[in-house]
Design a binder for this molecule. Structure first.
Ligand SMILES: Cc1cc2nc3c(=O)[nH]c(=O)nc-3n(C[C@H](O)[C@H](O)[C@H](O)COP(=O)(O)OP(=O)(O)OC[C@H]3O[C@@H](n4cnc5c(N)ncnc54)[C@H](O)[C@@H]3O)c2cc1C
Length: 270
């Protein structure tokens, strides 16, 4: 059952608001076996009547995160593990989905792990020494790790829920699931990103920091692998370029090759 449009003028704990919602709907709180907040927003349109609006779901199964919810249908078997370049939000979630689906992906990031990266960021703030590969933009978590942490988007996709559920699973507060303008500060994001990476590694992902991709192996107009700065070649028929929108060097590298890449006929649906 949904109890919606509950107006609250004070900052109260959710349990207290639930009691008020039950009273308003003439429901005995003792008959509530399960409950969860499904929405909490602030209505500030009228300055003299600012209030919260809550909705609860009661006596229905509680939504719990399960990896199974994100298993792919019609799983394709790969000869070699897929390679993901860039450990920003796009690369992390691509790796995460591939890892929980048993693809043993390889994630390559030019910058450092979040813990080491924090030291480089502080070194820049305090001493103005810039590490071009490890800074507020580059490294584990990408630009997302030191962003403002606003979790809002205009993209209307069911995958938005995957992002929020995953963040909660790895330590973000549960309230991001129902706040209308959710936010996770950098302090929390750091541990969420690290926990997510440790889990992916337990699920078979290989995560390599200090690994800048500088070139590609291209045969018959298909990418068949990547070349690292030290000359190492990692071959894979499936390469995901998640290098962010400012990675001109890598886009130039493809552009200069002047090849017309043909996409491979492959898609996965959750
Ligand atoms: C100051 C700031 C505040 C922001 N605040 C918000 C906010 O509040 N909410 C919000 O939704 N968005 C915010 N954003 C935007 C958000 O951070 C980006 O949309 C998001 O990070 C893009 O994710 P991405 O994975 O595509 O790329 P990125 O986060 O840019 O990650 C790309 C990664 O690829 C790596 N890489 C690049 N080239 C190579 C290579 N050749 N080899 C190996 N690795 C490579 C980089 O080191 C980097 O770690 C903010 C951005 C900034 C800069």
């Amino acid at each position: 059952m949904l109890l919606s449009n509950i107006k609250i003028y004070d900052d109260l704990p959710d349990e207290k608001v639930l009691e008020i919602a039950c009273q308003k709907n003439k429901i005995n709180i003792k008959e509530v076996n399960t409950w969860q907040v499904v929405k909490k927003s602030i209505d500030a349109r009228d300055k003299n009547n600012v209030h919260y609006i809550y909705s609860f779901k009661i006596n229905e199964p509680i939504d719990v995160y399960k990896d199974e919810d994100f298993f792919v249908q019609n799983k394709t078997v790969f000869d070699e593990p897929p390679v993901i370049v860039g450990a920003g939000p796009a690369g992390l979630f691509a790796t995460y989905l591939l890892a929980i689906n048993g693809y043993n992906p390889i994630l390559l990031e030019q910058g450092k792990s979040i813990d080491e990266r924090i030291m480089d960021v502080e070194n820049f703030i305090n001493n103005r020494i810039l590490n071009e590969r490890s800074n507020v933009q580059f490294g584990e978590g990408g630009a997302g790790a030191f962003s403002d942490g606003k979790l809002t988007t205009n993209v209307n996709s069911e995958l938005n829920l995957l992002v929020l559920k995953t963040f909660v699973k790895f330590g973000a507060p549960n309230e991001i699931m129902y706040l209308s303008k959710p936010h996770v500060g950098t302090d929390i994001l750091r541990s969420v990103i690290k926990n997510m990476r440790l889990y992916m590694q337990r699920k078979g992902a290989i995560v390599r920091f200090n690994s800048k991709v500088t070139d590609f192996v291209i045969t018959n107009n298909h990418i068949n692998g990547v070349v690292l700065e030290n000359g190492e070649i990692i071959s894979s028929e499936h390469v995901i370029l998640a290098t962010g929108h400012s990675a001109r060097d890598i886009f130039n590298c493809l552009y200069k090759k002047n090849v017309k890449l043909e996409p491979k006929p492959f898609s996965m649906r959750i």
